[in-house]
Each structure stands twice: as structure tokens, then as C-alpha cells.
Design a protein. Structure first.
Lengths: 397, 397
């Protein structure tokens, strides 16, 4: 029997998937599970987007342009301009989700063995994409005490070698909810210019900034156009994760030309999703206002409830719809499994993501969990009651 | 300015794209172009598929399972069983087009530097996917004289080294239209068993077999379940190229487990496309009968017309909707560019794909072109008149 590749052996399995069999077993016992473990929002997709797909009129579902439908890219450049990002449609490559944007960016910019610096905790699939591209992730620890702010630039500089090719950030952050300030981003800009690095910025949560906090995109920075690659997706913006529409955006013409070659090999991004995404640009501001209000309410409740629990600390996130909480536990993986396997309160329990999966440094995040506030307030209340009871029970074992 | 990757530099640009600027220039001069250069069929997508997408009812466009919607995979396994392929839904990974199926198969099975044997001429993007996966393509020449039949097994064996990990075929063939016989496939099976190789079979044109010829899938072969990976797509079957729905199918559980890790990193295949694809399985047989009849008529006309032209030879393809014709020309790239740049007959011209792009061996296919018969008979007639006039004019220059 022929062997699978070394790459496949090294490819990390999703850290959350390990818990799925335990969740299924709990469900089969009739336990209700509050899913705070994944970023699948319960918010409705804008009507204007669904209507466009439902009104799809061509008789043939054709390939689009490999860079995405020109009409969509043109309209999208208008969307970005409204957000202070001055780009034209030729600086946009439409991708199959934000995932493909990251894959193509890595292949376009990094050689096998090259190193990418990423503040940790970070979105776990960055590990998978790096493995695919034979890229080496060098994590730089951010800490819960300051809400996972940008680590000191000196910490980045310590890790820079001739192999270092890029820095990657997620802003607002998954899993941290941290929103980088303009000052922090300026520091990163200076760093990438100093060392001639790419700056990859995953900004798929940019619509989710709270308390009136200003969102600064890397595309708002001046003087580093050739270094900056913006990675975007409509998945969270329009609660349309399944449409699989993302974008790689850069003013670096060489990178765009390279990215287009990878895009041409896979022919085109999905047509139905693009039709929906193009229409979704007309989503009224009221939709975002309501979503923002809803998530703010959820976040405020959640963070307050967490911090009231004995031994729990949760910084107040300014963006995305995640928070990381430090719990009075020995081992987050063990605890999250125990929640599903051995605990229930009034026949209910909670599924959380152990933060260990978001760290690249071994043994990090062992007393932290990521909580996605993608359920409504009522469900969140029940979930927090469960969690409080669970922490009591877990530590009495 | 940071440099793009070596991989991006080596990534082949699509051979057909080089002609696009010349086609655009011709169009802007008012010349009508018959596009025989691409595999975008003009056939209508089945109504049942379009209706399903138009009736999409969920309020949230959610991620599907990373392997694809379970309901779709279950129905799809029924589709395959109808075609004599006995697989269950856990042996199917739904992908973003056939392209992603090939990408994931390569990453799952081959290490960087490993070699894959492919009879040439072959689908040009195999080069791109190989480049992405750092896989080395070793071409084995098939010849126009026998219609691009399987080259002698001895030719494969000559190239097998410790680095050889897989053989890849496309059946029915793009760009050749050749349909492998059961006997040829049995020879390949014996070969992959003898040398412990994977056999990747791209069968996206399987609905397009003519003259009552039997289609044999690699999945119909016995005793090589762990070696065989079937790569499929609905793009051509339902004329739904833009839906971006393909599949990687294997009974090798290790490969499927590996493939699933890559699939999980990119989250899920497109939801709208899957909804359409699931419904499309109910496409009535009459649709395929009509399509088959239409392509048979086109093919018969095309091949006859080509062989009537002085100095032209075109074998009769048994499958897909392509043929390769040998023309009395010095250089197919030059000729195809000349057709767009310097020729027109009654203000019309033809866009063809130079066969050079489908060969990996330098200087091969220089007097061959690929013709996709994706236009209706009337357009094909005009196109063939153009080509005949063009060959006369080209050789009088």
C-alpha cells in the first residue's frame, strides 16, 4: 500500500474536532450542548444577498474570471474605498473563502522553509496553511493580562532571521478579540519596512468593532504598499460562511501577478457566492448597526458573567466575536472534554475551544479557553450558568 | 520590496491566457471570434439544479461539513453506485471544483520532490498543481497516430525511480478526447500494484463517451483499492463550471483521513454549489441523451471537416469534447496568435489552444492544436471555414 505524504502526517488536525466525538456522545444521551466552540454565527444572512442568489438568471453556471467577476471586483473596490482603503479592482483577487486567500498569499510570497512570525494565540488554521506551504511558524507570545495587545517589537526582532519572510496578524483578532491600535500597526509597518518583510493582515472581522472603537486596516498605513497583503472574507461580515467568498488584496503588482497564476490554475471562485457577495455590498447600514448592538450586548453579558466567577479572568475584547478566558483549571483540553463527557447541569452543558489549539508554543494556554459568543443572550445565560456549575464541580473532583 | 516566492516564479501561466490580449485586440477591431480554445460548454445547466439554488431556503448561509454536506455525499454515493462504483459517503470528500480535489490528492500522497508520471499531452493545469505541491511531472509521450492511446507500459517503467509516487491519467482525456479501454486500465493497475504507486484518475468527462463506447472507471478495477484515487467534478457533467463542486474519492482510508485534514483547514466547500449539485443528481437521463447527441453531431462534423483540409489530421475522439488536430503549420503558438492578430475571413476568426501548452516535453505539439467543440453546429461550421481559409493564407505568407 503506497504511503501518504510526510506533509499529510504533519498536517495538524483541527484542535476543536478532537472534541466532536464527545459532543456527539453527549447529544446521543439527550444532553443539550451550547456551542460556544465555533465561529459559525447565528445572525441571518442579509436578505439582499439571499435574494440575489435566488434570482440567479443565467441558463449556464459558467466559470467566472479567475480573479473574480469584474462587476463584483469593481463594486468591491467601492466598498473598500468607503472604508478608507483606496484600491482598484485589479488589486483584488476574489478567492474561495478567506482560507484560499491565505493559501495563495503564502504560496506567492514564501518559499518552503521560510519563516512567518505570528503573535500567538492565533487562528489555528494558520498552522495548517503554513504546513501546506512548508512555511515555518515562529510564534510571539501575547498575554491575557493586557488583553493580547501587540507584543513588544523587540520580541519580533529577536526572532528575525534571513529566513523570515512575513509577519501575520489577525485584526480584530480571532481568538483574542483584540483590536490593534493605529500606533501598534504603525510599529508593525516600520518593522516590515526595516527588514523587508511582507505584512499579512487577516481582517475578516473588521465589521465587528465595539464601543465605537476605530478600525485601522493595514491598508490605511502609508508608505508600505509593496509589503502589505490584506486577507478578507465575507463569511462573517454577512454571516455567509458557506458562500466561500474571500479576497486577497494588495498594491504589490508582482504579488498580484503571482497570485493570479495560482488562481488561474484553479480556474475561478464560486459563481453563486460571488453573485450573492456582489449584491450583499448593498446591505443597509441598519443591518450592521443591529448586528453590532446584538454582539455588544452578548459580549458585555459574557465578559461580566465570566469575571464574576471565582478564579476566572476575561479581558474585554474590542472586536470580533470571541474572547479568551483564563479559568481555574489544570488543563483546558481535559476540562473541555470533561464538560462533554462527564458533566451536565439540568441536562445541559457547554462546548468550548481549548486555547491550547491556538498556541504554537507547547504547553501554552493550558488554563485558557476560547468562547465564541455566537448564540443569543438567553442561550448565553444558560451556558454561563452551566460553566459556573461546571467549574465548581470540576475542582471538587 | 520583499521578493515573491521561487514557487510563484516557477508557477506556469496558463498557456491559453497568453492569447487573451490578442483576442481582446481583435474584438476591439470588431472581429467576431469563435472560441474553440476553452472548455466552457454552451450547454444549459439542468433546470433541477438551478431551481434548487433558486429555492435555497435557510436564513443563514452556513459552513457545511468539511467533507461536504452529508446529504449530498449520501446521494452522490448512490449516483456512483448507479455507475458501478461501489462507495459510501465516507469515501467521498467534496471539494471546491475538480481543481481542489487534485490539489488535496497531491498534498496527501506526494512529498516535495516526488515524481508523478503523466501521459502527455495532458491538462495544462496539472503542471500548476504539481508546482504548488513541489511535485515533479515526468511526461510519457502518447501519439496522435493512434489517437493518443495509452503509451506502452515499458515507457512508464523506464521512468520509474524511487521518487516515483503516482501515475495520473485523465479519462476521457482532456485535451485528447481519448477513452481508455478496460484493458489499458488493467495494465495501469498492474503497474501501480507492482511499484506500489498511487493511480490518480481525473474522470470529469465521464458523461461524455460517444458511439456507445463503454466507460471504465479506475474504480471498476478490482484489487487496487488502496492505490486508486478518483478525481471528479460536476463542472462538465451538468455544465456548471462556476458552481465549483468536485470530489476526491478513495477507498484508501489513510488517504481520506489525510485529505480531510487539508479539507478541514479550508473549512468547507461552497454551500450554494452543493445544494445545486445534490439536486442535479436527479437530472433526467433525457438531458444526458440530448447532450450526448449534440456533442456527437458536433464531433462528427468537426473531425470530418478537419480531415478534409489539406495536410490536416485529426483522430476521432471517443470522449470528452476536445480533439487534437495536427495542422500543416510551423509553430502552433505563432499560428494561434496570428489567427487573432493578423487574420480574419468575413470579419471572423477562430481562437484555438496551441497543443504545446499540453506537453511537458519541450518542442512537442508544435504542429498541433486543441479544439473544444463547445459551440453549436452553425458556429462550428463558420469556425471551420475560417480555419481552412486561415491555413491557406498562413502558408502563402
Amino acid at each position: 500500500m503506497p504511503k501518504i505524504s510526510e506533509k499529510a502526517l504533519h498536517m495538524p488536525a483541527s484542535p476543536i474536532r478532537k472534541l466532536v466525538p464527545f459532543a456527539e456522545a453527549a447529544k446521543s444521551k439527550g444532553v443539550k450542548i451550547y456551542h460556544l466552540n465555533i465561529g459559525q454565527p447565528d445572525i441571518e444572512t442579509p436578505q439582499v444577498m439571499l435574494d440575489a442568489v435566488r434570482n440567479f438568471s443565467p441558463k449556464v453556471v459558467e466559470y467566472s474570471h479567475s480573479a473574480g467577476m469584474e462587476s463584483y471586483r469593481k463594486k468591491l473596490s467601492g466598498y473598500y474605498r468607503k472604508h478608507g482603503i483606496d484600491i482598484n479592482h485589479e488589486q483584488i483577487l476574489v478567492t474561495c473563502g478567506g482560507s484560499e486567500a491565505i493559501e495563495i498569499a503564502m504560496m506567492s510570497c514564501l518559499n518552503g522553509g521560510d519563516e512567518i512570525l505570528i503573535p500567538e494565540p492565533f487562528y489555528a488554521n494558520y498552522n495548517g496553511f503554513s504546513c501546506q506551504a512548508d512555511v515555518v511558524v515562529k510564534p510571539i507570545k501575547s498575554v491575557i493580562e493586557n488583553g493580547f495587545a501587540l507584543p513588544p517589537i523587540a520580541e519580533f526582532e529577536k526572532l528575525i532571521t534571513p529566513k523570515t519572510k512575513a509577519i501575520m496578524i489577525c485584526n480584530p483578532g480571532n481568538p483574542t478579540g483584540y483590536l490593534y491600535s493605529k500606533e501598534e500597526l504603525e510599529l508593525l509597518k516600520d518593522l516590515v519596512l526595516k527588514y523587508d518583510l511582507f505584512l499579512f493582515s487577516d481582517e475578516v472581522y473588521k465589521e465587528f468593532c465595539y464601543d465605537g472603537a476605530a478600525y485601522t486596516s493595514v491598508m490605511h498605513l502609508n508608505g508600505a504598499d509593496n509589503n502589505i497583503i490584506l486577507l478578507d472574507s465575507i463569511s462573517k461580515r454577512y454571516s455567509a460562511c458557506g458562500a466561500r467568498i474571500g479576497a486577497l488584496i494588495t498594491k504589490n503588482a508582482q504579488v498580484m501577478q503571482a497570485a493570479l497564476k495560482f488562481a488561474q490554475a484553479r480556474l475561478s471562485p464560486p459563481t453563486f457566492g460571488q453573485v450573492g457577495a456582489e449584491a450583499a455590498i448593498d446591505t443597509p447600514q441598519s443591518y450592521f448597526d443591529e448586528v453590532n448592538k446584538e454582539y455588544t450586548t452578548r459580549r458585555n453579558f459574557l465578559v461580566e458573567a465570566l469575571n464574576k466567577m471565582p478564579g476566572v479572568f476575561c479581558p474585554m475584547p474590542k472586536g470580533a466575536f470571541y474572547c479568551i478566558a483564563r479559568l481555574p483549571i489544570d488543563d483546558a483540553d481535559k476540562f473541555c472534554q470533561w464538560l462533554l463527557e462527564s458533566f451536565s447541569f439540568e441536562n445541559q452543558t457547554v462546548m468550548l475551544a481549548p486555547a491550547t489549539g491556538f498556541y504554537s508554543t507547547p504547553n501554552s494556554g493550558k488554563n485558557e479557553v476560547r468562547i465564541a459568543y455566537v448564540l443569543n443572550l438567553d442561550a448565553l445565560k444558560h451556558a454561563m450558568t452551566c460553566l459556573e456549575k461546571a467549574l465548581e464541580a470540576y475542582n471538587k473532583q
